[in-house]
Design a protein around this ligand. Structure first.
Ligand code: SAH
Ligand code: DHB
Ligand code: MG
Length: 218
């Protein structure tokens, strides 16, 4: 199996059941035009986030790592009337593109983009949040986990992106700070009795990677 197959299968599933509406293509196009890196989640992954948030009835969602707002649009689609998403982004340029994409998707009243380093913005937030999507700088993952835990309630769910990295995650001698950050996340989760977690390896249009899902409460 190869990247070509994974991409073709994602195309097949997108057409048949994922069915992203035009807001998503518009957001990706504007992000590309703005020179943002093409590292948003895939449509199938974005819809999985939407369905996870919907399945647990999330009304307040926190995202760390907005980029152009692509995953934020999926997550916002999960919210009931009156629900809110706050998304944290380090880059003022990325945040500007994201705000335009969210406005075009009709979500300016639902999604708030805050600009700055995630860890510095989090102490000003008031919990609890029902659902967290963590997708910013990977070396920050252990600290994001701790801060999200503070902003959680029993039953809150956290999902971390990019936690497999082509399988590099099992390399204990890695010098890659991204992989080290993910490995430290797993160590912190393993030592935390207040949560239960799993990771799922994924393939698709964005290669071989995975999601870690954490629920607060045993
Ligand atoms: N969730 C997005 C992709 C995020 S890419 C999607 O799927 O559509 C990672 C983003 O995290 C980038 O935009 C990057 O600028 C941002 N980022 C990097 N370091 C950060 C930090 N310390 N705090 C907040 N965001 C950060
Ligand atoms: C990359 C992919 C991501 O989903 C992300 O959040 C950061 C970086 C990458 O492929 O480099
Ligand atoms: Mg990611």
């Amino acid at each position: 199996m190869s990247q070509k197959t994974w991409t073709a299968v994602d195309d097949y599933l997108d057409d048949l059941i994922v069915r992203p509406d035009p807001a998503f293509a518009a957001a990706l196009e504007a992000s590309r035009a703005g020179g943002l890196p093409e590292i948003a989640v895939t449509a199938a992954q974005g819809k999985l986030l939407e369905l996870q948030a919907r399945a647990m009835g999330a009304r307040r969602i926190l995202e760390i790592g907005t980029l152009g707002g692509y995953s934020a649009i999926w997550l916002a689609r999960a919210l009931p009337a009156g629900g809110r998403l706050i998304t944290l982004e380090y880059s003022a340029k990325h945040a500007e593109v994201a705000r335009a994409n969210l406005a075009r998707a009709g979500l300016s009243e639902v999604v708030e983009v805050r600009v700055g380093p995630g860890l510095e913005l989090m102490p000003a937030l008031t919990g609890p949040f029902d659902f967290f999507f963590i997708d910013a700088n990977k070396e920050g993952y252990p600290a994001y986990f701790r801060e999200c835990l503070k902003l959680s309630r029993p039953g809150s769910v956290m999902v971390f992106d990019n936690v497999i990295r082509d399988g590099k995650v099992i390399d204990s001698s890695t010098s890659d700070p991204l992989v080290q950050g993910v490995r430290q996340l797993y160590e912190v989760i393993a030592a935390e009795p207040r949560v239960s977690a799993t990771s799922i390896q994924t393939v698709g249009a964005k290669g071989y990677d995975g999601f870690c899902m954490v629920i607060v409460g045993r």
